[in-house]
Ligand binder design. Sequence first.
Ligand SMILES: [Ca+2]
Ligand SMILES: [Ca+2]
Length: 133
Amino acid sequence: MKPVFALAAATAAVLLGSVAPVGAKGPPPIGSIPLGEVIATLDRNGNGCIDLEEGRNYVSRRFHALDRNDDDSIDAVEAPPMAGETSESRPIALTDWQDAYHARFDAFDADRSGCLSLDEIKAGRSAADAGGR
Ligand SMILES: [Ca+2]
Ligand SMILES: [Ca+2]
């Protein structure tokens, strides 16, 4: 793709309100999944809540989908920082990505059950919206 064409495409994306990075694929950030769908999307063992491992598998899949050159590092080209991301610095190593997820999981898991209920996710997101990132 020639630079001038890429620029035109990027401008069009901005104008259309779609600012997804070029080539970005894979699952969306957990934080962007609608509240009513997040449990159904991530709850693989059907216990009605998101276990640490279920969320961890999800964010790991997402990491590898974003890591297009498979160097186990996500740079700013592969994934420009977006609102709601767990980290805004680049590049991000897989371990840092998972650590950020763990920290977020712990912050959300109010009753320390090791599993996030819909209420906990709802409360966690409200807290994040209020400024705690
Ligand atoms: Ca589960
Ligand atoms: Ca990479």
